[in-house]
Ligand binder design. Sequence first.
Ligand code: NAD
Ligand code: UDP
Length: 316
Amino acid sequence: MQSKRILVTGGAGFIGSHLCRRLLAEGHDVLCVDNLFTGSKDNIIDLFDNHKFEFLRHDVTFPLYVEVNQIYNLACPASPIHYQFDPVQTTKTSVHGAINMLGLAKRTKARILQASTSEVYGDPEIHPQPETYWGRVNPIGPRACYDEGKRCAETLFFDYYRQHKLEIRVVRIFNTFGPNMHPNDGRVVSNFIVQALRNHDITIYGDGSQTRSFQYIDDLVEGMVRMMNNEEGFVGPVNIGNPDEFTIKELAEKVLALIPESKSRIVHKALPQDDPRQRQPDISMAKEKLGWQPEIKLDEGLRKTIEYFRTIIGRA
Ligand code: NAD
Ligand code: UDP
């Protein structure tokens, strides 16, 4: 494969840090741009010695002038507690960030991939969710800054594609987990593992019957790279997720079974407003167009993630 100059926005975050590693392993020059709002230099510390890696602290809501061949646009807080901390900035990051990165792609003629989300489907009435489903999002609720920001970013991508003939790629990422997740970001997998390792109560919101489909990080990165590099002009949007669906209660039980020394108990807390009842990707399109499907089962991914959290919270 020919070596490229690749920009990864949000590269110091959970997904971005894995993507940077993968792209460096393929021999590319990687420019990681991040304002470190939720990301951390710790996630990329081992890359600083690599002469093909550069880190730039920058907020994507401001224009960026660099020369690149490909752009992965991941910059955006992704967990509800972080994206609701400063909702106006969240919308700005998605919308102004998309405009700035699309402008950069237009000037440099770079191919650009948007990290969109299953949240564009909102609390869905269709199950599993195919890409043709337009979604059911509350436009004025507490999740709207993220969901509508991401929906607007998709709109911008497709308008730049139609109007300016940009080479776009859009992936809709479903719940993903793995090492480098922020231990306090409030997402369910990291919460349950950290709670179990610390012998704290496992907090199930609501009765735990809501479902999610959890994908391990390595499967996602493979799907993103395949999508970016497809030469058939397939622009998406394409769902990238693991269709194995679990209730949140089942997830809590699995985590406890994998950490048998834990003394944690399961407790129930109020369900957050607009929490989607169920979520499962229809991945027929990814299979057909990219020859992609997830390989890593939930238990295997959880084991690897538990090992990571054991080391970072000092219980190894
Ligand atoms: P993350 O919070 O770990 O990473 C996001 C990164 O973006 C962080 O490093 C953060 O500092 C950076 N960032 C935030 N605002 C920025 C700004 N204005 N300028 C520059 N950098 C900024 O989250 P993640 O899970 O790695 O998510 C990465 C992307 O994938 C996000 O766009 C998210 O919406 C998308 N996504 C993630 C999931 C998931 O399950 N993890 C699911 C769907 C979509
Ligand atoms: N959740 C939970 N306990 C927690 C954190 C989350 O029961 O400590 C639930 C949450 O209400 C949601 C699901 O787990 O139903 C997934 O939440 P997360 O924030 O990880 O992702 P999202 O809701 O964005 O899919």
